[in-house]
Each structure stands twice: as structure tokens, then as C-alpha cells.
Design a protein around this ligand. Structure first.
Ligand code: NAD
Length: 477
């Protein structure tokens, strides 16, 4: 297991010599002592990435060669998929079933952007006058990527794959809870043949290593995924040096079930919408909005399903609900459950912490009925397996309720009426709308937020734009 910093293709301890513990949240066992990066290490990594960028060590390679290296790294990662999935489960607590899905997506993302590398082009423009005018698409420079703990390697790949494809070099700071797969993937890139400085990993604290990365003068762009609160701080700090910023932040996504929906399918969608990844998912469908006529029927089926979804050993291939990432996160989730009860909502499934094996930070799949829009559990991101059920009377009220949030990351719509589905998809202000489906992702489909859920996009062609500058060239004829 790799536990040192990865800078300039070398494994190094932190300059301070400090290390920090990484725990398995399902067993409460110590998994590893990882080098604790701080401002000095971020400085070394940023300088290595800058030197690689300026020397053309990476962007100077032909676009085809860069693409081939990314594709080769994807192949190598795929050959070690099971090992990586186990490591992801070990530090995050998510089920092996989920880790395998996400590792597959990571491989796909690396391949997808490997394919893009030699297809990034500018335009020739039909301008007035005796001129040839064209645009070049150039890498933005050195990228600082800061990622959360919920999809540790997958979200990291949403950043490093398009950045590297565009010709940028990168310093990646994983979350302190889950640094192990980000470090392990450095070995994969090293083996694939990436040059020194192209890809660097510095685990460390948010307010130390993370803030140092955002402030560093050799970083041109910050790509951040995390909470809305920290996102605001990142934006403020980045403004001091005019850094480009992409923010993928929190959510409180509505999953809207109209009375004419295929109810069993909608119930299943509502369940995976909130309980996949233990609800520690930015796009979790944490507000379930049900049209009045079908409320009782949906809630009954949902509660029955949630009661069957018992938390268990994440390494068991049949487990579908793992452990929350940390004791702190478990406490946060339990405090929201308490608040939901205090404010008058009623629990129809779950509601408690459990320990299937006598250890670990598990919370039952929890469903609250009778939630009103003013309640805390209807407004704030809980980031756990807790669903808030609200009702609405008609289309307009449903859409209004869906939009009644500071967030706008994702939404689900369940109906058999195709016109209604498209009307709702247009009316709801969110970066992703799923119709008769939920939590579906693809490397080619852009993902990101409206409103307080951030700006810029990960994935798809759109993400590349975040790592490119446009240069306009005029030639007098
Ligand atoms: P967080 O904001 O606490 O931390 C995210 C990252 O930022 C971590 O690496 C952390 O160390 C770092 N950080 C913390 N303080 C910092 C600072 N002052 N300067 C620089 N970096 C700092 O978020 P989290 O608890 O790790 O993750 C959960 C949050 O992430 C949720 O709000 C969730 O919705 C969001 N999220 C969003 C998306 C998306 O695509 N929109 C995806 C996953 C998670």
C-alpha cells in the first residue's frame, strides 16, 4: 500500500515528517499511516508540476501520445480493478458492489479522455477584412484538484483525466479520510510512463494543504469538489490570484413522483436515489416529492424496501448498504435524524445507528414522512441514508417545490406522460435531470450544478473546456 506523497514521480515522506491515521470505518481498524502534506509539500508538488508544464515534458508530447498514455493507464487500472475496489471499500466503507461500479467508471473516464486528447481543435473564423483568423485551444496550465471522500478515485479521475488530456499538469489533494486510492493510482500512471511532474498527489488537511494549493502562485486553476461552504472559501482564496475555478458542490436533489408514474419503478428509483453509496452522494435524491393521490402507496412500498436494506459488511458481495465514512459523519447524520423528529416529521423506516459486526459507523436506511419544506431535513444536505418525503397537489406545485432549494445539482422525474416529463425537465433548475431513472452516469455525459451546487462541469466534452484556454490568432494577408 502506498502511503507517502507522490511528487515528481518519486515517493517521499512529508517535509515535516508528520503522518496521519486512516481508518476503516466498517471495522474501526487502523488501515494506514499516511504522510501528512502541508504547505511545504504543496510547494514542492506545484513546482514539479510547473517545471513539467514549462519544459513541455507533458504538453510537448504529441496529443496522440498523451492519449495513448491515458489509455494505457486505464488498461493497467482495469487489470487491478478488484484490488482497487477493495482499497476503496476499506477507507470509505462503501460496498464492494459499489466500489466495482465506480472503479469501472474510473477506467472508462480515463479511456474516454484518452480518446479526446487528439481531438481538441480550434476553429478558423470567417472575419471581415484581409485576415486569416483562427483559434488554438491550449492547456490552462498547472491544475490543483481538491476532491472529497465520497467517490475518492472516481471524482479524482473526473479531474485528472480531462486535465492531462488537455495537456495540463496536476497536483491532486485527496480528502484526509480517503487518500489511499489516489496514491495507489499514481503507481499506475508511473507504470504507464507519465513523465515526472505531470501527476502529483499530496494528501493533507483541507485548511493546510488544500488552502496552500488554492493560494499557490504556480497553480493556474483549481478544480474543487466538496461542500458548498468550503467551495465558497476556495472561491474567495482563488480570487486573490485570479485563478480559474470550477466548483462541484452540494445538493438537496428532488426526486419527483407524479401520480401517473410506473410506481414500482419509481419506488425502486427513489430507493437507489437515496441509499446508493449510503446517501453520501452529492446528487442523492434526498427530497422525495410525491403527488398526493399516490403518496400512501409509494410510502408503504418505500418503507418496506428500506427495512429490507439492512447495513452489513461492505466486503460481502450481497451487501448493498455499507458503513458511513467516519464517526463524525455518523454523528452528523444522527443529529439530522434527531432534528427531523424534533421538528415533527415521522420516521417510517430506520432512524438508528447499528453495528452489524459489533463495530463501525453504520446508519439504517431511514425514511421520514410528513416533511414540510421549512424543516431542516427538507433544506439541508444530510449526506447520509436519510430520505425526506413531501407531497404536492399538481404539476405546478411539484415543480415549484422541486425548485425550492438553494441547490440545483440534480433531479428525478417519474411519469408515463412524455410531455409532462419534458416540461418538468425544462422547468427544474438543475444540472442533471433523470426521467424515469436516477443516479445514472457516463463519462461522456456532463455533470455539475446550477445555483449553490457550483459551476463548471465534470465529465463529457464540457469538462475539457475547464482545462483549456482559447487563443485567437490573426494573420494579416
Ligand atoms: P469538504 O468540503 O469538507 O472537503 C472537500 C475537500 O476540500 C477535501 O479534500 C478537504 O480536505 C478540502 N478542504 C477542506 N477545507 C478546505 C480549505 N479551506 N481549502 C481548501 N481545501 C479544503 O467536503 P467533504 O465532506 O469531503 O465531501 C462532501 C461534500 O462534497 C458534500 O457537500 C457533497 O455534496 C460534495 N460533493 C459534490 C459533488 C459534485 O459533483 N457536485 C460530488 C461529491 C461530493
Amino acid at each position: 500500500m502506498r502511503t507517502d506523497l507522490f511528487i515528481n514521480n518519486e515517493w517521499r515522506p512529508a517535509a515535516s515528517g508528520k503522518r496521519f491515521p486512516v481508518e476503516n470505518p466498517a471495522t474501526e481498524e487502523l488501515l494506514a499511516d499516511v504522510a501528512l502534506g502541508d504547505a511545504a509539500d504543496v510547494d514542492s508538488a506545484a513546482l514539479a508540476a510547473r517545471a513539467c508544464f514549462e519544459s513541455d515534458g507533458w504538453r510537448g508530447l504529441s496529443a496522440r501520445k498523451r492519449g495513448r498514455l491515458l489509455t494505457k493507464a486505464a488498461d493497467l487500472l482495469e487489470s487491478r480493478l478488484d484490488e482497487f475496489a477493495r482499497l476503496e471499500t476499506a477507507h470509505n466503507g462503501k460496498t464492494l458492489f459499489e466500489s466495482k461500479i465506480e472503479l469501472t467508471m474510473t477506467v472508462n473516464t480515463m479511456r474516454y479522455y484518452g480518446g479526446w486528447a487528439d481531438k481538441i481543435t480550434g476553429d478558423t473564423l470567417p472575419v471581415d477584412g484581409p485576415f486569416l483568423c483562427y483559434t488554438l485551444r491550449e492547456p490552462v496550465g498547472v491544475v490543483g484538484a481538491i476532491v472529497p471522500w465520497n467517490f475518492p478515485l472516481n471524482i479524482a479521475s473526473w479531474k485528472f483525466a480531462p486535465a492531462l488530456a488537455a495537456g495540463c499538469t496536476i497536483v491532486l489533494k485527496p480528502a484526509s479520510e480517503t487518500p489511499l486510492t489516489a496514491l495507489a493510482v499514481a503507481d499506475v500512471l508511473l507504470e504507464a510512463g507519465f513523465p515526472p511532474g505531470a501527476f502529483n498527489v499530496v494528501p493533507g488537511g483541507g485548511s493546510t494543504a488544500g488552502a496552500a494549493l488554492v493560494r499557490h502562485p504556480d497553480i493556474d486553476k483549481i478544480s474543487f469538489t466538496g461542500s458548498t461552504e468550503v467551495g465558497r472559501q476556495v472561491m474567495r482564496m482563488a480570487a486573490e490570484s485570479n485563478k480559474r475555478v470550477t466548483l462541484e458542490l452540494g445538493g438537496k436533489s428532488p426526486n419527483v413522483i407524479f401520480a401517473d408514474a410506473d410506481i414500482p419503478a419509481a419506488v425502486k428509483g427513489a430507493q437507489t436515489g437515496i441509499f446508493y453509496g449510503k446517501g453520501e452522494v452529492c446528487a442523492a435524491g434526498s427530497r422525495l416529492l410525491i403527488e398526493e393521490q399516490v403518496h400512501d402507496q409509494v410510502v408503504e412500498q418505500l418503507a418496506a424496501g428500506a427495512k429490507k436494506l439492512t447495513p452489513g459488511d461492505p466486503l460481502d458481495k450481497n451487501t448493498r448498504l455499507g458503513a458511513l465514512v467516519s464517526r463524525k459523519q455518523q454523528e452528523t447524520v444522527l443529529s439530522y435524524i434527531k432534528k427531523g423528529v424534533e421538528e415533527g416529521a415521522s420516521i417510517v423506516a430506520g432512524g438508528k445507528a447499528v453495528q452489524p459486526n459489533g463495530k463501525g459507523y453504520y446508519v439504517e436506511a431511514t425514511v421520514f414522512d410528513g416533511v414540510t419544506p421549512e424543516m431542516t431535513i427538507a433544506r439541508e444536505e444530510i449526506f447520509g441514508p436519510v430520505l425526506a418525503v413531501l407531497t404536492f397537489k399538481d404539476f405546478d406545485e411539484g415543480v415549484k417545490l422541486a425548485n425550492r432549494s438553494m441547490y440545483g445539482l440534480a433531479a428525478g422525474i417519474w411519469t408515463r406522460d412524455i410531455q409532462k416529463a419534458h416540461r418538468a425537465a425544462r422547468a427544474i433548475r438543475a444540472g442533471t435531470v433523470w426521467i424515469n431513472s436516477y443516479n445514472v452516469y457516463d463519462s461522456g455525459a456532463p455533470f455539475g450544478g446550477f445555483k449553490a451546487s457550483g459551476f463548471g462541469r465534470d465529465l463529457g466534452r464540457d469538462a475539457l473546456d475547464g482545462y483549456l484556454e482559447t487563443k485567437t490568432v490573426w494573420v494579416g494577408l
